[in-house]
Design a protein around this ligand. Structure first.
Ligand SMILES: [Zn+2]
Ligand SMILES: [Zn+2]
Length: 282
């Protein structure tokens, strides 16, 4: 029987390229090597299209979209160098995590042709241009703009459907992130109008042969289960969708955290733990 390798296909955010992360990218890579990873995907956030989409922490530092475009270029240069430097110890996949605000498709296509990443993590952190995962206050405001929490969930899964169809990311990032500040998410996911959209998105993921991120960030914040939640995870298994851990690390201290636990959960549910190499699909 082949042994299961530790892996993360979503994470490695570093203080060099992300204001809500810590530490040098090289130190993060060294930590993956120290923990025995033979393969890892690093997926820094893409820069905003314009100043409107700067995160509050970026605005507080007076950064501009232009600054972040330049910083993103440095990220690719640095990571591609590190990939070569440590190639005898670890196989690094140079990735990026998308956003999904207005006009993002054009931006993502540009970034792909410019930087030729090894693969993409497709994520949604916005509802119609407003970021919902930064704070509970913003989250509640967006829900009230949408009319209800249920309506916000529905909108999220519609936007995710569009993103998956057009970006075709190798990894679909934290599929059910919309539950981030909602204690009643388990019940919410079972409501027919929401469950039907979840099922539709899973079918699309399956037909495109994409991978789902088993995202361990909730554990770092004291949560009880990763994205994706148990009920959706079970459905993914029934459909034969592959699920791969992502530590979503934002600093050396988070590298590889809970990966062994994630692998145990996936194994117990009968998922294949021989991980495919990520690649570009568009
Ligand atoms: Zn981040
Ligand atoms: Zn994310």
């Amino acid at each position: 029987m082949k042994t299961t390798q530790r892996i993360s296909l979503h994470g490695g955010h570093s203080g060099q390229y992300c204001n809500h992360a810590k530490d040098l990218l090289e130190d993060i890579i060294l930590r993956y090597i120290e923990l025995g990873f033979t393969k890892v995907g690093i997926t820094e956030h893409v820069p905003p299209i314009n100043d409107h989409f700067l995160y509050p922490d970026e605005k507080a530092l007076n950064l501009t979209a232009d600054d972040l475009q330049k910083r993103f270029q440095d990220y690719f240069t640095n990571l591609k160098n590190l990939k070569i430097k440590y190639s005898s110890k670890i196989k690094i996949f140079v990735g990026m995590e998308t956003e999904s605000y207005a006009d993002y498709i054009h931006q993502i296509k540009n970034l792909i042709s410019r930087f030729q990443p090894d693969y993409i993590v497709g994520s949604n952190h916005h509802i119609d241009g407003d970021c919902f995962d930064y704070s509970k206050t913003d989250y509640d405001k967006i829900a009230s703009n949408c009319g209800s929490y249920e309506a916000m969930y529905e909108r999220y899964f519609d936007l995710q459907y569009e993103m998956i169809k057009t970006v075709k990311p190798f990894v679909v990032g934290h599929f059910d992130l919309i539950r981030i500040y909602d204690e009643n998410y388990k019940k919410r996911f079972l409501l027919p109008q929401i469950a039907q959209k979840i099922e539709r998105n899973l079918n699309l993921i399956n037909s495109l042969n994409l991978v789902m991120d088993f995202n361990l960030r909730p554990f770092a914040k004291g949560g009880k289960e990763p994205y994706i939640t148990g009920s959706i995870l079970k459905r993914a298994k029934e459909m034969g969708i592959r699920v791969i851990p992502g530590d979503d690390s934002h600093g050396v201290h988070e590298v590889g955290c809970h990966i062994d636990k994630a692998i145990e959960i996936l194994k117990a549910l009968g998922f294949d733990t021989q991980w495919p190499d990520p690649r570009l699909l568009t």
